[in-house]
Design a protein around this ligand. Structure first.
Ligand code: SF4
Length: 377
């Protein structure tokens, strides 16, 4: 990028001017990682100061049985296959109850597209979980799952969301987004949910008062221009509904799936993706680094490249963890997260599912430098 174009982009960011598709593509083409990080950090700091948000949550996957076989997925199993499982409602409640002593404020529930489970199972699980854990927010189901519920129930997404909300649903999850560009999507996704249905269902959820996150799976066969397109579609939808709480870039993992021959995105590519996403997505408050998918070292650095949220203290994140040979831990306690955030120079803030502040913590303690610092995985 020549000096004039560099200056033009700096001036646009400084003026808070909306960036274009061409700007996004040019930002990805830059090799100046420190420059990109500096631009994104200025935007992130203007929006969120020195705060880094986290929540205390647990992931629950009711079934790994799935009618689809997405190329990047290491989670799904076919009926009868070794390791295939489906929880009875009582099992899901028992497992969730066992998580209660950790002080969780959210259950994050995503599942395979089970070919024979009846639709009634899903609101029943939510009702029972809500009765057992009334103070815990239920963030459940991707738009892909809601689209699947339409297929298996004959109901509309409108009716499905009404019933799920009545059963205790507080937010959809942001998954199923992958990459919206159809030419890429049709090569990696093996179900019927494209951008039209994904956006239709989130638009509907927002109209019903739910606030939802949105994800992007990057670092597989897509090119940077597809990431730009993905983020700009979300920006346009956010202009319309204002219902997205956070954007979550998810790094593709190459173990145990049909794309295992691909190299994974490097930490530098991950940081660039966080930075450009932060710069383009001017109307979404938060960019989250899901540490399970990036490793703790990259997650700490991402906080200086546009991210301001580290997700939660996850237990048993199977969708990546079935693929993870990189030593990323299964769970972080609240104290682990506080240490990780402070060590990166930020002030931790515990939030709930709607990003309301539950507790503000002190920022970094300079005395920590007196002790040798841990080396994060
Ligand atoms: S990504 Fe989801 S829909 Fe696709 S195969 Fe895996 S579990 Fe099934």
């Amino acid at each position: 990028m020549d000096a004039a174009r560099t200056r033009e982009l700096e001036e646009k960011v400084a003026a808070g001017e909306r960036l274009t598709y061409a700007d996004g593509v040019d930002l990805y083409a830059s090799d100046d990682l420190a420059w990109l990080g500096g631009l994104a950090h200025s935007v992130r700091t203007a929006k969120n100061g020195d705060r880094v948000f986290f929540n205390v949550n647990r992931h629950l996957n009711l079934t790994n049985v799935c009618a689809a076989s997405c190329a990047y997925c290491s989670f799904q199993r076919k009926p009868g296959q070794k390791d295939a499982y489906t929880m009875r409602v009582e099992e899901a409640v028992t497992l969730a109850k066992a998580m209660e002593p950790a002080g969780i404020t959210e259950l994050h529930i995503v599942n395979g597209l089970h070919p024979t489970l009846p639709w009634r199972y899903y609101p029943r699980v939510l009702r029972e979980l809500k009765a057992a854990l009334p103070g815990v927010a239920l963030k459940a189901f991707t738009a892909t799952e809601v689209h699947w519920f339409e297929e298996i129930s004959g109901l509309s997404a409108d009716e499905i969301l009404d019933e799920l909300i009545d059963a205790g649903l507080e937010s959809l999850t942001g998954g199923g987004a992958e990459i919206f560009d159809w030419d890429v999507r049709k090569q990696i996704v093996d179900h019927a949910t494209g951008w039209e249905d994904w956006s239709r269902i989130h638009r509907l959820a927002h109209a019903k008062g739910l606030r939802t996150p949105a994800t992007m799976l990057y670092g597989h066969i897509e090119e940077p221009r597809h990431r730009v397109d993905h983020v700009l579609r979300l920006r346009e939808l956010q202009d319309e509904t204002g219902g997205f709480t956070a954007f979550i870039p998810l790094r593709f993992h190459n173990d145990n799936n049909r794309l295992s021959h691909l190299e994974m995105a490097t930490p530098a590519e991950a940081l660039k993706t966080f930075a450009v996403s932060r710069l383009l997505l001017d109307n979404v408050d938060h960019v989250k680094c899901f540490w399970v998918m990036h490793g703790l070292s990259t997650a700490q650095l991402a906080l200086s490249f546009g991210a301001d949220d580290l997700d939660g203290s996850v237990v048993e994140y199977k969708i990546t963890h079935d693929a993870d040979g990189y030593g990323t831990p299964d769970t972080m306690t609240r104290d682990d997260l506080l240490e990780l955030i402070r060590d990166a120079g930020f002030r931790p803030v515990e939030r709930n599912t709607r990003y309301e502040t539950l507790r503000e913590y002190d920022g970094p303690d300079p005395a920590r430098r007196d002790q040798p610092q841990p080396v994060w995985a």
